[in-house]
Design a protein around this ligand. Structure first.
Ligand SMILES: [Zn+2]
Length: 209
């Protein structure tokens, strides 16, 4: 599997069209995994929207004011925003005559960044449940997809993605940029599960049923 081939823009295809289709696919996949574990992500179990390494995300409301919200609330805002945006014909046009707005790329950047936050929370706080439901391969594949898309088109800032750098290395997604993650690295063969379980420190909601 080489995700770089998956995300490389085919000749003759419109860049915005390409971004749109990948963004919608990523949304579907993240939505599916989060939907499956959402019963474990509760306001009491996850009072903060956490990611790995003490990262906490604050929600910017419509006036641009930062607010601390529980993870399920944050993710509900994210998913509602994305659903509304990709269903908006003036932003994600599906009809032939309609054009993408000039702000399209920045909207895609925002969506991809927010989806990254949701994945960061899944890895940091719910990886155990993801594994329990047999969805870890799916989550890893979605992460690989997002990372490849981001590497190809520089969609998210480094300060956002650095918290899952270990995972990128474990999944061998960064062999281009880091020498250590290259072809001769045998130790990463089976280390991805270990490195991810390390990320569950400080997680929320153990075994609530
Ligand atoms: Zn949670």
């Amino acid at each position: 599997m080489d995700m770089r081939l998956l995300v490389d823009l085919p000749p003759g295809l419109d860049y915005n069209e390409w971004l749109a289709s990948h963004t919608m696919a990523l949304f579907d996949h993240v939505n599916l995994v989060y939907g499956a574990i959402s019963e474990f992500c509760t306001p009491s179990g996850c009072p903060d929207m956490t990611g790995p390494g003490q990262r906490t995300y604050l929600w910017f409301d419509e006036k641009g004011k930062k607010t601390k919200v529980a993870a399920p609330q944050y993710i509900d805002y994210v998913m509602t925003f994305i659903q509304k945006t990709i269903s908006d014909e003036t932003i994600f046009p599906t009809k032939y005559a309609n054009e993408f707005p000039s702000s399209f790329e920045s909207i895609v950047r925002k969506i991809v960044r927010l989806l990254f936050h949701v994945m960061a929370h899944l890895y940091a706080a719910h990886f155990k449940e993801v594994v329990m439901l047999g969805l870890h391969a799916h989550l890893n594949l979605t992460f690989a997809h997002l990372t490849a898309l981001h590497h190809r088109f520089s969609l998210i800032e480094l300060k956002e993605t650095e918290i899952l750098r270990d995972l990128e290395v474990a999944l061998r997604l960064t062999e281009d940029s880091t020498q250590e993650g290259g072809n001769n690295n045998d130790k990463s063969e089976s280390s991805d599960v270990d490195s991810k379980s390390n990320l569950t420190e400080g997680s929320c909601g153990d075994n609530k049923s």
